[in-house]
Ligand binder design. Structure first.
Ligand SMILES: NC(=O)C1=CN([C@@H]2O[C@H](COP(=O)(O)OP(=O)(O)OC[C@H]3O[C@@H](n4cnc5c(N)ncnc54)[C@H](O)[C@@H]3O)[C@@H](O)[C@H]2O)C=CC1
Ligand SMILES: O=C(O)C(=O)Cc1ccc(O)cc1
Length: 373
């Protein structure tokens, strides 16, 4: 949630270059906090859409000079764009939000000279699998880490400006070195993207009858496989070394799994030592998943979820929504799951965490089947 107006440290105008998912979400969050935003995009349509959605104003010849420029373009053009913005706005601090940092830091260092003192790299660890301003959300950054990456020349004033920006849109600033950042995101963001894509890439040729059996496990593992191929190709080549390193380690585990499975296939399931390696990988996964903050006792999730079984009948969903409203609860987000041939669907209602217990009790009392998650 953006900070209340009187607590906002960012003094606008803030110029946002690249008004897709990240740029428009930032514009919306800053506008909500009362900060003036100027929008610019190579695509006139992307720019107009972000403006129409309330993310800021288009830049005009008489627009006041920005105090801060945020470059939210794809990573392959972020470095040159930062260099151009530093030159065009000689009093502004310039940051970018690209998912890779060392490469962009090198490009800025090589291209900007002394102006690099006003550049701070950054990376909000917040996003989604859809691109463009149409998917933007003022709350995108709420409760998420926002990595701040000062370069060797960066002034402390510039660092404070970008840390304040992160805090003003509800994120938690975390300062890291560029390489430290790139190694970390290879593991927690880029490898998961590849794993999701690799699993989902098995599905285009799969029989309908198999896909009809898909449950939440497949959906959980493949959600981010819907991401933009061009953006992700640019992210992955921009962080090639750390991603290749993480992928090689994963290949080591894959080879272990293959050896064990092929042994079991060729000599039978038991008595040949094949179960040990399989159980060890699953166990390592148990220990890994327990360390993910926010999943098991870490920071709270933004919303709580109440999952309700909905009969496949005309009006059933409308009746559910009506009764949630009567119970005084606002639906913040909604996911519908419906398997082919089933007479019921599942509605996962995202609500404020404090409303979960009352909503579950109220819906159960009214005869709805609430599913434990
Ligand atoms: N998508 C995500 O979940 C996250 C993305 N990021 C980073 O944020 C940046 C933007 O990503 P998205 O907003 O998802 O992409 P997007 O595709 O939604 O938006 C990118 C926008 O940049 C514009 N653009 C491209 N080249 C430009 C240029 N030279 N000058 C001005 N505008 C230009 C495009 O027209 C487009 O509107 C990327 O660097 C990405 O690595 C960071 C965190 C999360
Ligand atoms: O959707 C998710 O789970 C994400 O983790 C989104 C995301 C995508 C790219 C980034 O550079 C940072 C965050």
């Amino acid at each position: 949630m953006p900070a209340p107006h009187d607590a906002v440290a960012t003094r606008g105008p803030v110029r946002v270059v690249g008004t897709g998912l990240l740029g428009a979400s930032l514009g919306l969050a800053l506008r909500t906090a009362g900060v003036d935003v100027q929008l610019a995009d190579l695509s006139p349509t992307a720019q107009a859409l972000a403006r129409d959605l309330g993310a800021g104003d288009l830049t005009a010849p008489d627009s006041p000079e920005p105090t801060l420029v945020v470059v939210a373009t794809p990573p392959d053009v972020a470095g040159p764009t930062v260099v151009a913005e530093l030159a065009a706005h000689p009093d502004a601090v310039v940051t970018d939000v690209a998912s890779v940092k060392a490469l962009i830091a090198e490009e800025v260092e090589a291209g900007a000279g002394a102006d690099a003192a006003r550049y701070v790299g950054s990376h909000p660890m917040a996003g989604r699998e859809r691109s463009g301003a149409a998917a933007a959300d003022a709350d995108l950054f709420a409760g998420r880490p926002w990595v701040v990456v000062p370069g060797p020349r960066t002034t402390s004033e510039a660092v404070l400006t970008v840390r304040a920006l992160a805090a003003d849109v509800g994120a938690t600033p975390v300062t890291l070195g560029a390489q430290e950042h790139d190694d970390a995101v290879a593991l927690v963001s880029h490898l998961p993207q590849l794993a999701a894509s690799l699993v989902a890439a098995r599905l285009p040729g799969a029989p309908e009858s198999a896909l009809g059996l898909a449950g939440q496990g497949l959906r959980d593992v493949t959600r981010i496989a819907a991401s933009d191929p061009m953006l992700w190709a640019a992210i992955l080549v921009g962080n090639a070394g750390p991603v290749a390193h993480a992928l090689r380690a994963l290949r080591g585990d894959l080879d272990t799994l293959l050896d064990a499975l092929e042994l079991a296939r060729d000599t039978g399931p038991l008595g040949n030592g094949s179960t040990g390696p399989l159980a060890r990988v699953i166990d390592a996964g148990n220990r890994g998943v327990a360390r993910i903050p926010g999943k098991h006792g870490g920071a709270p999730r933004r919303y709580g979820e109440v999952t309700v079984l909905v009969p496949d009948q005309p009006g059933a969903l409308g009746r559910l929504f009506g009764e949630v409203g009567e119970l005084g609860v606002n639906i913040e987000d909604l996911q519908l799951e419906h398997s082919a041939g089933q007479r019921v669907g599942l509605a996962a209602l995202s609500v404020l965490p404090g409303s979960v217990a009352a909503l579950e009790a109220g819906l159960t009392e009214r005869g709805w089947r609430v599913v434990a998650q």
